[in-house]
Design a protein around this ligand. Structure first.
Ligand code: FAD
Length: 451
């Protein structure tokens, strides 16, 4: 590929959220001149305007990006380990379902605000310039001019290469869509969410800190992730229609009654339930699909702006960080920028589609299957087969969470493994009844060695 040296080294990024700030860091570290335009004021001076998901689960793909950016130690100090799912059953008993074999296979809960601020520091330290309070309004593609702010206070910036990391509601995507058809499709989930809080008790965690707590209740659920200041962020996921749903649970009294009935052990831990329920917005969820992520050599979308997904695998940010890392690597290679963008889209889109599918599937698993005896038998068999056939049978959750195997490979191998698990557990109630010799034959026949 021939190198286009005229404009290639100067990049504008729209959005200094998690993915935009990491991408800026990685590009600036590689010698690019980077300018980021962010809608919000600087959170380090004016506080973090949050709203969406106060903490996030960080897994290997996310850690990898942070390691390369030099942030592992800083984030490691504030991350809380989650060993597995702590399931709170309806009858009040709890059980920990471990994610991996031991404490080397865990996920981490991190504050979105702290992470974003660390990434902004890293971007600036690497040489990127961040312009706050610059909401992208529109783009004049003829003159490559970005227009920011309202009409009476408009500012402009000329950028030959612009990357949109401005999230699910991306203004850059709208601007690109007005020029070419990106083939945009948004599939809303018919469930929404509400964030609540379990504060510390006597300055300590009110529940087991090193777990992702789940209250699975069939068609709906609650989860709670620990924060480093000993609180938990609780998220109630409910359908938008039906009973119970956000159509029937409207007032704080409705919420109180729902918790008293379905999440009784959590209720005394959430003193501000009524106020939080009334004050916090109800979030909507869905999956964004695009046929195209770039406009020739001029613009590219990344992170949620290209592929927002539902949060049930805890992978949206992790996937976005992987985008940032792979894009920065590609940008370093010689080659014209349009080929780099096309290659990025070719590599990442099948993976974004795969994690979108797995995230939707995981909602059913979290809210329903984890309380189901047959599901638990399949998981026990999965662990047994992974131990007996470690070079071929690798649990899908492991591939998604603890490795950087392409998501599309995890989906494909996971489907084959699920079929094997279903076949072997059909009509069985305990692991002792499983024909392990047959399991070995099926695995040899259907699964190539894992590399
Ligand atoms: P965003 O985080 O949305 O950042 C976009 C940035 O662009 C923001 O700073 C915004 O202010 C700015 N911006 C927007 N419009 C403009 C504009 N016009 N001009 C300039 N700037 C603009 N992911 C995980 O990996 N693990 C989890 O546990 C997890 N839990 C989640 C729970 C919930 C309830 C939700 C909703 C999501 C969760 N996610 C999780 C997904 C994760 O939040 C997103 O994937 C991630 O935030 C995407 O990062 P981003 O930088 O692409 O977009």
């Amino acid at each position: 590929m021939k190198r286009d040296t005229t404009t290639r080294n100067t990049i504008a990024i729209v959005g200094a959220g998690l993915v935009g700030a990491l991408l800026a860091t990685l590009l600036a570290q590689r010698g690019f001149s980077v300018e980021i335009f962010e809608r919000r004021p600087d959170p380090r001076k004016f506080g973090f305007i949050g709203g969406r998901s106060i903490n996030l689960a960080l897994a290997e793909r996310g850690w990898h990006g942070l390691r390369v950016a030099g942030l592992q130690d800083r984030i490691g100090k504030i991350a809380v380990m989650m060993r597995g799912r702590m399931v709170h059953h309806s009858d009040g008993h709890t059980e920990l379902l471990r994610y991996g074999r031991d404490d080397s296979e865990v996920i981490w809960s991190v504050s979105r605000a702290a992470l974003n601020m660390a990434l902004l520091d890293a971007a600036e330290a690497a040489g990127a310039r961040v312009r706050f309070e610059r909401p992208l309004h529109s783009v004049d593609w003829r003159t490559s001019t970005l227009h920011f702010g309202p009409e009476n206070a408009r500012t402009t910036h000329v950028a030959n290469i612009v990357i949109g990391a401005d999230g699910a509601g991306s203004a850059l995507r709208d601007a690109m869509n007005s020029h070419i058809d990106l083939g945009e499709r948004f599939e809303p989930l018919d469930h929404g969410y509400k964030e609540l809080e379990i504060p510390p008790r006597d300055r300590k965690f009110a529940m087991e800190p090193n777990a992702l707590h789940i209250w699975p209740r069939g068609n709906y659920m609650c989860i709670a992730l620990p924060n480093s200041e000993s609180s938990f962020t609780v998220t109630l996921f409910l359908p938008n229609r039906g009973n119970p749903s956000f159509e029937t649970i409207i007032t704080s009294d409705d919420a109180q009654a729902l918790f008293a009935r379905d999440f009784a052990d959590a209720l005394p831990l959430i003193p501000e339930l009524q106020t939080d329920f009334a004050m916090n917005p109800t979030g909507m969820l869905g999956t964004l699909y695009l046929d195209r992520w770039h406009l020739d050599s001029r613009a590219l979308l990344i992170g949620d702006a290209a592929h927002a997904i539902v949060p049930f695998h805890g992978q949206g940010m992790n996937c976005g960080f992987e985008d940032a890392f792979e894009l920065a690597e590609l940008m370093e290679c010689d080659g014209d920028i349009e080929s780099v963008f096309a290659e990025f889209e070719k590599r990442r889109k099948p993976n974004a589609d795969a994690i979108a599918e797995m995230a939707l599937e995981n909602y059913v698993e979290m809210r329903d299957s984890v309380a189901d005896a047959h599901f638990l038998l399949m998981r026990a068999l999965e662990r047994a087969l992974a131990a007996r056939h470690p070079t071929r049978f690798v649990p899908r959750y492991w591939m998604v969470t603890f490795s950087r195997v392409p998501y599309s490979v995890a989906l494909e191998r996971g489907d084959i493994q699920s079929a094997i698990l279903r076949e072997l557990t059909s009509g069985k109630t305990s692991i002792e009844q499983i024909d392990m010799a047959r399991a070995g034959v099926l695995i040899e026949q259907r699964l190539a060695p894992f590399s």
